[in-house]
Design a protein around this ligand. Sequence first.
Ligand code: BTN
Length: 245
Amino acid sequence: SMVRLEAFAEVESTNDYLLEQAPPPIRRFRVALADFQTAGRGRMDRRWDAPPGSGLCLSIAYTFQRLPAQVSALTLAIGQALIDGLARSGYCGIKLKWPNDLMAKNRKLGGVLTELRTGGAPTVVVGLGLNVDFATVGGTLPARAIDLRSLGDRPIDRVLLTATVIECLHSCIAGFERDGFAQWFDRWPEYDWLRDQQVRVDTGNGAMEGIAAGIDRDGAMLVLADSRQHRVISGSVVPVADANP
Ligand code: BTN
């Protein structure tokens, strides 16, 4: 159950905020959200910038009793759970770009940033940045981005959306602690935005091109290149069509 929910008009980063706070007790969670972040962070040291009120900047901290086996795949399960939740709210056709980008109409709708703090009981902080409605606050969407409002035909009830997202994140993390990644793994092909695309992978120690071929049971991405299957554990992946426009 939830121990605390805090909503800020402005904060540096909801992930940083929760990482600085005392961790929730075992199997409990705590949420922070903000209208605006001054130092929002994305994966791989990128920034996450969004005009005030344009979207959802929300993080949840959860303390596991024991670290789940395939915790590196938690980000994937979270993305899948969010896609399910948004579909139930009437937003269909959203896909996941390994490992953490929510994609709609081939544009980025949002991103997930998962961070783990170990030492004592392991605490995970999962942050979601979701583009909700840029036009209403007079904002312009970045290139290759899209917001939820453009996917539907009516204004968005942000309170309801926030509640849906919190419920989704919490039940996904608690379910993952119980059952691991297996069930999400089986359903991965339904969500996989990169599948069969020619991609460029940059792992930090070299780049490679190949065909995206799904994931393995640990959540590593599989890429076919030089008639071999390569496992990618972390790195950036872009469709070659986007890399050389
Ligand atoms: C990405 O696209 O690489 C992930 C973006 C994650 C952004 C969210 S917004 C709430 C939380 N706080 C942060 O500083 N980052 C995450």
